[in-house]
Design a protein around this ligand. Structure first.
Ligand SMILES: [Zn+2]
Length: 196
């Protein structure tokens, strides 16, 4: 007999936790001081059926925003051996940098030397952003931006803006207006020097 699919077991176990529409109750995070939304009126989305096999997360290099950014000198902050550090074209935060693969490849594809470079570059980028004036803390996350291209996001929170602390920082960032481009460019020069 084939062993039960562990993800199917997980999904079955969760079912009893959902209401008739498939919605879970709000979790503890909704009570966090740093949660960006008021609890009243919040409605979780229903959990749908599993989709296996999953739709492909691959995107070709010519449709990849990270590949496009790597071709723009103003967005590249550092070029390493297998990896590079870039920034998005704009941000609402104090600064955002992405530690990315120089080629269109995923974290799955790296070898040990690239793993070591990744650790070193994430730490150095963290410290470069942490040292910028007006930064309260720096958060690090990996989502790959849905494009099949390794991207570790390094996000600098404005000092003293305590609502933005922690893992909801990108949610806040999405709701707030971009900082002026000249301010962002000037900080990019500082980060570029720190990474050189
Ligand atoms: Zn790419």
């Amino acid at each position: 007999m084939a062993a039960a699919d562990p993800a199917e077991v997980w999904r079955g176990r969760v079912q009893g936790h959902l209401d008739a529409a498939g919605r879970p109750p709000l979790g503890a995070m909704a009570g966090w001081e740093v949660f960006p939304f008021e609890r009243d009126g919040l409605t979780p989305k229903p959990l749908g059926e599993r989709v296996v096999p999953e739709p492909s997360r691959e995107r070709s290099a010519d449709a990849c925003g990270t590949c496009r950014a790597l071709a723009r000198e103003d967005l590249v902050l550092h070029t390493g051996t297998r990896l590079a550090v870039i920034r998005p074209g704009g941000t609402s935060l104090m600064f955002v940098a992405n530690v990315v693969a120089r080629e269109h490849e995923r974290l799955d594809d790296l070898d040990e030397a690239a793993d070591e470079e990744l650790g070193r570059l994430v730490a150095r980028t963290f410290r470069a952003l942490r040292a910028l004036p007006g930064v309260g803390n720096v958060q690090v996350s990996k989502w790959e931006n849905g494009g099949g291209h390794l991207s570790v996001n390094v996000l600098a929170r404005p000092l003293g803006v305590l609502e933005l602390r922690g893992s909801n920082l990108p949610v806040w960032a999405d709701m707030l207006p971009d900082i002026p481009q000249d301010e962002y460019d000037a900080r990019a020069d500082v980060v570029r020097s720190a990474l050189a």
